[in-house]
Design a protein around this ligand. Structure first.
Ligand SMILES: [Zn+2]
Ligand SMILES: [Zn+2]
Length: 339
């Protein structure tokens, strides 16, 4: 089978290797589709702080069960599946308290442990999540990033009829927007500085879109939601300006959810956080229940992740897929790799 290893930033080497033998408790998956994620591009550029080389990447994927190891029940060959790509210790404080997504020893496939960029991939059975047959492999590969949005919306404690502002219309912002709507938000505004993404946001169901380059966000929010603003603000960029905008825009006593991965130590108006009794909470990864909610939302048509696919490449053209995702952010949302 073919396997793709990133041996250093910007360099992927293909090799022919034997198909892996499935061990007890494992499931061998024939990989069908894998998405390229912003974090993959950080690794490609040598800018991911927690990944070393060589690494086999790939963490947003779907495929078919090829075979199962001893002791695996409930999964048989031919079953359509996706994988929760996190390995956790089960022993640390967060693991013991139902928050294994923030495990002290968290290893994510494609970053700290090898991922799915190969024709066949063996993973622990408890990480394998069955997909309904009606869900395509591409939509199946989008369950993982959708689960990020589900986890964020659940952390936000969004209620039926809530209103929300999403700062950033990249794939995670768009999925968070769709999840918020799917889980009952009455009105959602999304902002970005790229019109292409805002157009996509409208197509995907945003109630209003704002270009932050041309419009002042706090003004736009009070125009759309009234002077009391929105119930929740999701920061899905991870940069100083949107973080500051979130603080400036949030209604007194309300909640800001930081979904974006923040680099460095941005100077922010923490004084306002205190003065306005704002809550700023972080959210990382997901848990299995978030995958199940994501699958439900996709299967019921409340989320249409395939509409976010802007480009498709064959597995053998993986470096081109990375280049396309890296160099043409203004015309891509999700680049898919087909096996
Ligand atoms: Zn990802
Ligand atoms: Zn742990």
């Amino acid at each position: 089978m073919l396997q793709a290893t990133m041996i250093q930033p910007g360099k992927i080497v293909f090799s022919q290797v034997p198909k892996p033998q499935v061990k007890p408790g494992e499931v061998l998956i024939e990989v069908k589709t894998c998405g390229v994620c912003g974090s993959d591009i950080h690794v490609w550029r040598g800018k991911h702080p927690f990944t070393s080389y060589p690494i086999i990447q790939g963490h947003e994927f779907a495929g078919l069960v090829a075979s199962v190891g001893k002791g695996v029940v409930g999964l048989s060959p031919g079953r359509k599946v996706t994988v929760e790509p996190s390995l956790v210790c089960g022993k640390c404080y967060p693991c013991r308290h139902g928050k294994y997504n923030i495990c002290d020893n968290l290893k994510v496939m494609g970053f700290q442990t090898d991922g799915c960029h190969r024709n066949f991939f063996a993973v622990p059975a408890q990480k394998v999540i069955p997909l309904p047959d009606e869900i395509s492999f591409e939509a199946g590969a989008m369950v993982e990033p959708t689960a990020v949005g589900v986890h964020a919306v659940k952390k936000a404690a969004l209620k039926e009829g809530s209103t929300a502002v999403i700062l950033g219309a990249g794939p995670i912002g768009l999925l968070t927007m769709q999840v918020a709507k799917g889980l009952g938000a009455a009105k959602v505004m999304i902002t970005d500085i790229v019109d292409f993404r805002l157009k996509a946001a409208r197509r995907l169901g945003a109630d209003c879109v704002v270009n932050a380059y041309h419009q002042d966000i706090p003004t736009a929010v009070s125009q759309e939601f009234g002077k009391d603003g929105a119930d929740l603000i999701f920061e899905c960029v991870g940069a100083e300006q949107p973080l500051e905008t979130a603080i400036q825009t949030a209604r007194k006593g309300s909640r800001i959810i930081v979904v974006g991965v923040v680099g460095g130590r941005p100077p922010l108006s923490i004084g306002l956080l205190q003065d306005r009794e704002l809550e700023m909470i972080g959210t990382l990864m997901y848990m299995q229940e978030d995958f199940l909610t994501a699958i439900e939302l996709i299967n019921s048509g409340k989320i249409t992740p395939e509409e976010m696919i802007t480009n498709r490449f064959k597995f053998g053209d993986l470096p081109q897929a990375y280049r396309e995702a890296d160099e043409n952010k203004d015309r891509n949302l999700k680049v898919m790799v087909e096996f």
